[in-house]
Design a protein around this ligand. Structure first.
Ligand code: N7H
Length: 483
């Protein structure tokens, strides 16, 4: 078989590996002078775009320093650029082909909002809607001053060629919460492994996995120009995704969603509902997510947190759901079981066609003392990459998280009927902001048959802005979009 070689110098660095980011500023802009913008992009910016190869080299430096206990901190700057359909139209003089239908519709289209049960645009951030978003610069770095410095430099370079529509700074949470999102859970544990990039940690015994439990996925699911998954087989090579133009090669679609998290409200809800159900609040929160705050998965630690397991990359993702037939260990509706059901449906091959690479970052301050209802906006700048927005991100949101019938066809252990799992309690949305519920918040593990339901009257994760971007290859940025 021909060796699969990814052009890592061409693929933007955030797409497969994620730019190194303690802090990241998102600059959403409108192009006001396209000739000037193209000139600056070609002359000064395209050479500064961070590639996947650079991200990998930097990661090696970081790991090398860690291994030899060298104290020097790394000060890597990152820069990536995404364009919306409007931005692409602005920059392609001779017209452009039609791309992915979801991309062409856009995240703010009425049909997209209706299909995803998103809040209406009237409930989105006013600043985000204050202009046409043509593109986004992602500027990343080790701390806020350096990211602000580079983003100010970039803005002055771009001068009057753009109008800044909206910007937001994301940053890792402080201290021990550094790698945790605002509800308190360890994040960024499970990502698809990428064939041709992710090295199998046990090549001999598990050639189709990166870290244990991390299934390898064909790169065409995330980057154009490479083989994708085969619809009828979980590991065999499939066709590359269709490209409307050759310049799509090494590019990827990015979904951006600004998701506000109502942290005090979430904590209060969990405490009250745990008291009602006579269970440990930490266990209830874990059953909503599918992992404990430490990252330990319920499939491997069903009743008690196991922080050593949570922090062990060789074990914390090494599980399936199919053998947990009656949701005794992890509810069918738990966020990670909904978002990536692994082997729990009739076709694992099909599930593997709905994967995404996530690259988000937290935003907003810590909960202040005495903040019992949200006073300061905080949440997740959610970012994910794929080659089909419809089949990947939108499918997960619509057909899994928002669909109370998914996963379908599961029986109760006493054969008393079919289970209705309910909504993903973290990101699921009911149409018209309707009420949601999930099945089995209380664990029947290892045995038992207590039937419980969690009614979730409010949304703890609220969409406040969204957009779809194309992340072109570095050569496409230097040529097609700047000539
Ligand atoms: Fe989710 N959370 O803190 O509860 N997510 N997520 N997510 N998410 C994951 O395994 C969270 C969101 C996925 O491979 C973890 O890396 C929050 C959206 C997928 O097993 C935690 C928000 C979508 C996975 C959270 C949010 C997804 C995943 C466990 C919003 C897509 C991997 C850490 C504020 C539509 C599943 C980990 C796997 C994991 C949380 C958003 C999808 C803790 C708070 C919008 C595919």
């Amino acid at each position: 078989m021909k060796r699969l070689i990814l052009d890592l110098d061409q693929i933007q660095g955030d797409v497969l590996e994620g730019l190194q980011k303690n802090v990241e500023i998102f600059l959403f802009f409108e192009i006001v002078n396209k000739t000037y913008f193209k000139h600056i992009l070609r002359r000064y910016i395209s050479d500064q775009i961070t590639s996947t190869q650079q991200v990998i080299d930097r990661q090696m430096t970081i790991e090398h320093r860690k291994r030899f206990d060298q104290a020097r901190s790394d000060r890597f700057q990152g820069l990536n650029l995404g364009l919306t359909k409007n931005g692409m139209t602005q920059l392609t003089t001779a017209g452009r082909p039609t791309l992915d239908p979801a991309f062409e519709r856009g995240a703010d289209h009425q049909d997209t909002i209706a299909a995803l049960s998103d809040p209406p645009r009237s409930a989105w951030l006013k600043e985000f809607l204050s202009g046409r978003v043509d593109g986004v610069f992602l500027v990343t770095g080790p701390d806020r001053p350096s990211v602000m410095f580079h983003s100010n430099e970039l803005k002055s370079l771009l001068g009057s060629s753009i109008k800044l529509v909206y910007s937001e700074v994301g940053s890792a949470r402080p201290g021990a919460e550094r790698t945790h999102e605002h509800f308190g859970f360890l994040d960024n544990i499970s990502q698809p492994g990428i064939r041709g990039l992710t090295r199998p940690s046990q090549a001999r015994y598990r050639p189709d996995q990166g870290l244990p439990g991390q299934d390898l996925i064909w790169p065409g699911e995330f980057v154009f120009g490479y083989p994708g998954q085969r619809p009828d087989h979980p590991t065999k090579q499939g066709r590359p995704p269709d490209m409307a133009a050759p310049w799509m090669r090494d590019g990827s679609f990015m979904v951006f969603r600004r998701l506000e998290q109502k942290v005090p409200e979430f904590r209060k809800f969990v405490a009250e509902q745990a008291a009602r159900l006579a269970m440990d609040p930490q266990l209830l929160a874990a059953r909503m997510v599918g992992r404990w705050r430490s990252g330990a998965p319920l499939e491997l630690a069903s009743l008690r947190d196991d922080p050593t397991l949570g922090g062990d990359n060789n074990r914390n993702n090494d599980f399936e759901f199919g053998d947990d037939r009656f949701q005794r260990k992890c509810p069918y509706a738990a966020h990670i079981r909904k978002a990536y059901p692994r082997d729990d449906t009739a076709s694992e091959a099909e599930v593997q066609r709905h994967r995404i690479v996530r690259a988000g970052i937290a935003f907003g301050p810590e909960v202040a003392p005495g903040e019992t209802t949200t006073r300061h906006e905080r949440g997740l700048m959610f970012v994910c990459y794929q080659t089909s927005i419809e089949r990947q991100f939108e499918f997960i949101q619509k057909n899994y998280a928002n669909n109370p019938d998914f996963v379908g066809g599961k029986q109760r252990p006493d054969s008393s009927g079919v289970v209705m799992p309910g909504f993903d309690p973290i990101i699921g949305q009911a149409s018209g902001n309707g009420a949601r519920q999930m099945d089995e918040p209380y664990p029947n593990y290892p045995a038992g048959s207590r039937r419980t339901t969690l009614a979730i009257p409010e949304q703890f994760v609220k969409l406040t802005a969204a957009a779809y971007f194309f992340m072109p290859s570095i050569t496409a940025l230097r040529t097609v979009f700047t000539s």
